[in-house]
Write a protein that binds this ligand. Structure first.
Ligand SMILES: Cc1cc2nc3c(=O)[nH]c(=O)nc-3n(C[C@H](O)[C@H](O)[C@H](O)COP(=O)(O)O)c2cc1C
Length: 355
């Protein structure tokens, strides 16, 4: 268990692999940790049992080396009006389901908690070095209990106000996520609106208000950018899209291919796949469903999930959530260790050039 209270000091390199639900598992986390960064497992949308099995797998690969687990925080149960909006969206998704050979999903009542209580019990019974929170903060007792178990905690924030709330809640570090980021926006103050801040401005504002270590995330693809965010106050950089095309990443093959396909020419924010704002490549599913998708997370995710799986099985990128940060064109198909060694070389060259 850590002897520091700064999660960015657990590793030789100031590089964190972003947790990526559905796209990154133990193989990517192990490769990043072995290369000197901080590998992460994504607990979102999975049961506590599945998470426990993946933690065991990762530990078998890396022994006592550091890693993190990211958890989605519970959302309020939907109102009756939201239930109705969800039902309407389900009806309109039937055509997409037929097109991709899948079915519209049936969200289980209570899915808004994402099995958090069981995951917390697991993480307290079998502590891990780092736990990060997305879409909110757990109750203060959970943060205290994780600390007592020797776990360092990180909260994802997308505004200076969220940073203040998270710091007051007693976390050890903040993951400062700019609007450039691929995948879901992980903030919590106003999930109905897209997060307003680009990374450099957000980092600067958050750094002005806290002494906590900051992990910068959003659009970071090069060592030069990592040095830039460190100059702006970050202790480490969290990269997701940069690792998506790695052989160790478990994103569907059609997702990986789309990242290199010039036909996909812009990244957009959409609620069509989950009901929360997330950044991905614009495709047929977004074009057809963005305007009608209700903001009812995670019910929309569970409606759409089997359609995405069917599209993935058929290699149809237009039915997938092609999560990608704004720097996606720089993602390369190479092993994670090579991504990291290139980042390290670029960081050294940047420091040398500016010395
Ligand atoms: C495919 C994908 C899945 C993601 N899943 C998660 C997740 O499960 N939990 C989380 O906190 N963030 C998730 N994110 C967001 C990342 O933590 C991070 O903020 C983002 O990748 C940074 O931007 P970048 O992709 O431009 O590097 C995901 C991002 C991507 C691209």
């Amino acid at each position: 268990m850590p002897t520091t209270t700064d999660p960015t000091r657990l590793t030789a390199l100031p590089i964190v692999q972003a947790p990526m639900a559905g796209a990154a598992g133990s193989a990517l986390a192990a490769a990043v940790t072995r290369a000197g960064g901080l590998g992460f497992l994504a607990a979102g949308y999975r049961s506590a049992d599945a998470l426990a099995a993946e933690i065991d797998e990762l530990r078998a690969l890396i022994g006592d080396a550091p890693f993190g687990v990211n958890a989605f925080m519970p959302h309020p149960a939907p109102t009756r009006a939201q239930d109705e909006l969800t039902r309407r969206y389900a009806t309109s998704l039937a055509r997409a389901a037929a097109h991709y050979g899948g079915t519209v999903g049936t969200p289980a009542p209570g899915c808004e908690r994402d099995d958090w209580d069981a995951k917390l019990a697991l993480l307290l019974a079998h502590p891990v070095p780092v736990v990060s929170f997305t879409f909110g903060l757990p109750d203060p007792d959970a943060i205290t209990a994780l600390r007592a178990a020797g776990t360092l905690t990180v909260a994802t924030v997308t505004t200076p106000e969220e940073a203040r709330v998270a710091a007051d809640a007693g976390v050890d570090a903040l993951c400062v996520q700019g609007a450039e980021a691929g995948g879901h926006q992980g903030g919590f103050a106003n999930p109905d609106a897209p997060a307003p801040y680009g990374l450099l401005t957000l980092l600067t504002l958050v750094a002005a208000g806290t002494e906590l270590p900051l992990i910068a995330a959003g659009g970071l693809m090069t060592g030069r950018q990592i040095e830039a965010v460190r100059l702006a106050g970050a202790s480490a950089a969290q990269l997701g899209t940069a690792f998506l095309r790695c052989p160790e990443a478990i994103a569907p093959a059609a997702h990986k291919a789309a990242l290199a396909d010039p036909a996909f020419d812009r990244s957009v924010l959409t609620r069509a796949f989950s009901g929360r704002w997330a950044r991905g490549l614009h495709n047929g599913f977004v074009a057809r469903h963005e305007a009608e998708a209700p903001g009812v997370y995670p019910y929309v995710h569970h409606l759409v999930s089997p359609i995405r799986k069917a599209a993935a099985a058929r290699g149809q990128a237009h039915g997938l959530a092609l999560w990608a940060g704004q720097g996606w064109r720089l993602a390369r198909e190479e092993p994670a260790a090579e991504v990291i060694s290139r980042l390290v070389e670029e960081m050294a060259a940047t420091r040398k050039a500016s010395a």
